[in-house]
Design a protein around this ligand. Structure first.
Ligand code: NAP
Length: 252
């Protein structure tokens, strides 16, 4: 049976959380690298604009990774998948554990951990069927280091890292690589979402330092998925030079 591919035989990549930040930048870079890219997120107006900007290689589709029905409709609409970038996610709030908000924790686990598991499970057959599948999970330095006020997000990203490690064991012998890219401070809408739309609080996160930008991370993702099939980049931590640890940021 021929390997199912995208238009004119191009490999298909699926990017979750493609409506802004790292996900949107990854869609642009993967399209330039020759992929047909299926772009998923809840804000479909943003996806449509991205598809208009990048061109016919991008297929926008609605996706909520916290909804089993939405994932089923999304993945049923995709005939083939060589690369899955599990990027949808983020942080909510920065309360200490003593003040922690259950709903924020539940949403963080639903998006960063269960979303990743559900998307991977749903597309695994197609990834294996591609003969050269690749699951790329966007974790965080929060999967490696603690900081005060970060418990919910840190727990979720540690959880996602655990899922990746098990996935690599379970897929050993199958033609699917598993990679985790763990960025530090990257200027996107991440902090705006974390601080519930408080633009001043979000701006303070990056004040007096030079953060990564979404393109920095997207270039790395594109590099990782374009290595030869036998080369599996396991975990890649990338930080701004100004950020020695999550909690240790040099500001001028
Ligand atoms: P962002 O600009 O806020 O983008 C987050 C993306 O996730 C959006 O496209 C959003 O789309 C999507 N998303 C959120 N909930 C979703 C859901 N339920 N279903 C589908 N999509 C959902 O932030 P970003 O920095 O690019 O974040 C991308 C990833 O990088 C996240 O996993 C984040 O944890 C990780 N990360 C970010 C940083 C950083 O400093 N920025 C550092 C380390 C790791 P919709 O709202 O339209 O659905």
């Amino acid at each position: 049976m021929p390997t199912p591919t995208g238009q004119e035989g191009r490999p298909v990549a699926v990017v979750t959380g493609a409506s802004s930040g790292i996900g949107a930048a990854t869609v642009r870079h993967l399209a330039t690298a020759g992929f047909d890219v299926v772009a998923g997120a809840r804000r479909t107006d943003r996806l449509e604009a991205l598809a208009k900007e990048v061109g016919s290689a991008v297929r926008p589709l609605p996706l909520d990774v916290t909804s089993a029905e939405s994932i089923e409709a999304f993945t049923d609409a995709i005939p083939a998948c060589r690369v899955l970038v599990n990027n949808a996610g983020g942080a909510l709030g920065q309360d200490r554990i003593a003040q922690s908000d259950d709903d924020q924790w539940i949403t963080m686990f639903e998006t960063n951990v269960l979303g990743l598991m559900r998307m991977t499970r749903a597309l695994l057959g197609k990834l294996i069927g591609s003969g050269n599948g690749h699951v790329v999970n966007i974790g965080s330095v929060a999967a490696h280091e603690a900081y005060v006020g970060g418990a919910g997000y840190i727990a979720a990203k540690h959880g996602a890292r655990g899922v990746n490690d098990v996935l690599r064991l379970e897929l050993n012998g199958q033609p699917v690589r598993v990679s985790e890219i763990d960025p530090g401070l990257t200027e996107t809408e991440f902090s705006l979402v974390r601080f519930d739309g408080d633009a001043e609080a979000a701006t303070r996160v990056y004040q007096g330092m030079t953060p990564l930008v979404a393109d920095d991370v997207a270039e790395i993702i594109t590099f990782v998925v374009t290595r030869p099939p036998h080369v599996d980049i396991d975990t890649l931590i990338v930080r701004p030079r100004d950020q020695a640890r999550t909690f240790m940021v040099h500001r001028s």
